[in-house]
Design a binder for this molecule. Structure first.
Ligand code: NAP
Length: 334
């Protein structure tokens, strides 16, 4: 255990993320300082937000050239200089794209005990599941008989949002890229409809109007951009929009817009609210309870997309931004 393979940011991207923005190096395994633990990386979460962090400071510090690429993940404690954790513990931490990391014990959290594969601590019971749960249940709420639309519908958050909508008795419309993906969202995940935003044979706005002739009660926005614009036009009076993220803006220059704010918000009396999953940490046990029960009952399918090898991380993130993934993408490092 002397070599620590790490993937560094060689250069920050100005446009779409590419392999040349990263380089793999062989560093040394760090020695944990006082209050730190040494982690061996097991699984890395791949998130659209990883790319957004390269655009500047957001809810966390910006990341820059010459640094190990940041990423949350699950590691096993190998050495501990803290009474909070013992060797063998599995924890969630900001590990980064590397095989070993020394991190402050106070900045990590234990992986809870549950029946199921460790990967579900990142998918169903991790940020993906909790973001879907809190961003739907605790931000706009969803009720039987309502119409819910969700973008990035085949992705890690969107695939769970739509399934929760179905469990709650809503009519669920997904938006995703490509007919094959849309068919999968309907046939595999049980959404009522899925609209292909990449299909140029008719404008998305018309497709939304045809799929939701009475309008949309709740729009769960993972993308911003054109899809948010179409949703705004299709919202019912007193509709609710949950602003989760803006993946359409992450991999290039953000576009201005949408049009109609504040006009549409006023005339339709819309509520549009952003959130971070951490805002609802006090309700995480509700999320864990409901999500695991729905999955155990077979009402919620957990879709994981796991790629092997640390060296696959750059290609995995580039592919995620291009819509390659279905469900929660992760990298298995060890
Ligand atoms: N607020 C929070 O606390 C929180 C927490 C976690 C995640 N998020 C947000 O949740 C969203 C989903 O993130 P994720 O990490 O779970 O990724 P994901 O949905 O698993 O993957 C991203 C998906 O975005 C779609 N996409 C990429 N470019 C697009 C574009 N220009 N227009 C429309 N769709 C596009 C792709 O699917 P297609 O093939 O359909 O294009 C891709 O599969 C992101 O906006 C992220 O920032 C927010």
């Amino acid at each position: 255990m002397t070599v620590n393979r790490q993937i560094m940011i060689r250069e920050l991207p100005k446009g779409p993320l590419q392999h040349e923005h990263f380089e793999i190096v062989e560093g040394t395994v760090p020695v944990p300082g006082p209050g730190q633990v040494l982690l061996k990386t097991l699984l890395l979460s791949q998130d659209a937000a990883n790319r957004a962090w390269m655009q500047g400071a957001t809810y966390r510090d910006a990341i820059g050239a010459g640094e190990v690429m940041s990423s949350g993940g699950i590691g096993e404690v190998i050495e501990s200089n803290s009474e909070l954790f013992q060797p063998g513990d599995k924890v969630w931490a900001d590990i980064g794209w590397q095989e070993y990391a020394a991190v402050d014990a106070r900045a990590i959290s234990p992986v809870p005990d549950f029946d199921g594969p460790l990967s579900q601590a990142i998918s169903l019971l991790g940020v993906a599941g909790k973001t879907a749960y809190h961003g739907l249940i605790n931000v706009p709420g969803i009720h039987a008989g309502e119409t819910l639309m969700v973008s990035a519908a085949a992705g890690s958050v969107g695939s769970i949002v739509g399934q929760i909508g179905k469990i709650k008795g809503a009519t669920v419309i997904g938006v995703a890229g490509g007919q094959e993906k849309c068919d999968w969202v309907v046939n595999e995940l049980g959404f009522d409809a899925c609209l292909d935003y990449k299909d140029e044979s008719s404008p998305l706005r018309k497709k939304v109007a045809a799929a939701a002739p009475q309008g949309i009660d709740v729009y769960f926005d993972n993308t911003g951009g054109e899809i948010l614009q179409c949703a705004l036009f299709a919202m019912k009076l007193k509709g609710r929009i949950s602003c989760c993220g803006a993946v359409s803006m992450y991999n290039g220059k953000p576009q201005p817009g949408p049009m109609g704010i504040p006009g549409l918000l006023v005339t339709k009396r819309l509520r549009m609210e952003g959130f971070l999953v951490s805002d609802y940490a006090h309700l995480d046990t509700d999320a864990e309870h409901d999500l695991s029960r729905w999955a155990a009952q077979g009402d919620l399918k957990v879709i994981e997309d796991i790629i092997d090898g640390l060296e696959s991380a750059p290609g995995g993130l580039i592919g995620l931004l291009a819509g390659e993934n279905r469900g929660k993408r992760m990298i298995r490092v060890a």
